[in-house]
Design a protein around this ligand. Sequence first.
Ligand SMILES: [Fe+2]
Length: 284
Amino acid sequence: MIPFDTTKPLLVFGGPYSNLEATEALRRRADALAIPPSNVICTGDVVAYCAAPEETARLVANWGCHVIQGNCEQQLAVAAEDCACNFEEGTECAALAKGWYPYANARMSSEMRTWMGALPETLHFDYGGRSFRVVHGGTEIVNRWVFQSERDVLAEEIARAGADVVIAGHAGIPFAARVDGSIWFNPGVIGMPANDGTADVWYGLIRAIGGELLLSTHRLAYDHHGAAAAMRRSGHANGYARTLITGLWPSLDILPPAEREATGQRIRQRTMRLGATTRPRELA
Ligand SMILES: [Fe+2]
């Protein structure tokens, strides 16, 4: 069981995706909020689409925060041939992965592969009187896509997780959903925009205040032009370089209909509150 400082927030985030500029910006935000590395949790996929795989992995490793394995860490740790992102063959995402994954795989040091291979697959802890579980995709399937609109998938996953709050990553769009008195909290990713037509990236905060727990999603503006320029210089995955500027994903193939229809619609920052004895309720 991990001890956290409950007098300070937890900062939770997913998918740095080799985006060094965004990861540096997030670390500056954590410092500005006076959140120590021991209260910071990354849900994995430190290395993926963007230009700086080795540098981003080193930044996160040296930060000293908690990190679990995503499918990308599991694959890169053993120098596997593909990312195992669960993209369907023939889709734009699958085609792009044939560019960025070999690029990243060719640039990882043995030191960073060893670091990735030693990361845990999940975390369990208590914070603010609630039990938490951290997963990458699904509770048992590392690359499962779990989105807000798919209530049956959420219910199945939460039933398996065995925690009051599940912190998850992989899917790339921030949301907090209540299911059967528990919460599935995906704080979004910091390495790629959330397909809402803005270049901002996302992280989450969890605060214990007066017996209540507050889970909130937050935008982060950063040097996205610099990150996109670095990708163009790298010569791979320019579809994702455009995404860093436009805030629109190069393909919607992985999205359920509701999330697909929300393409280009600005996502609001939200806070969900869990009372000490009441069921969770959502605030604006
Ligand atoms: Fe992933």
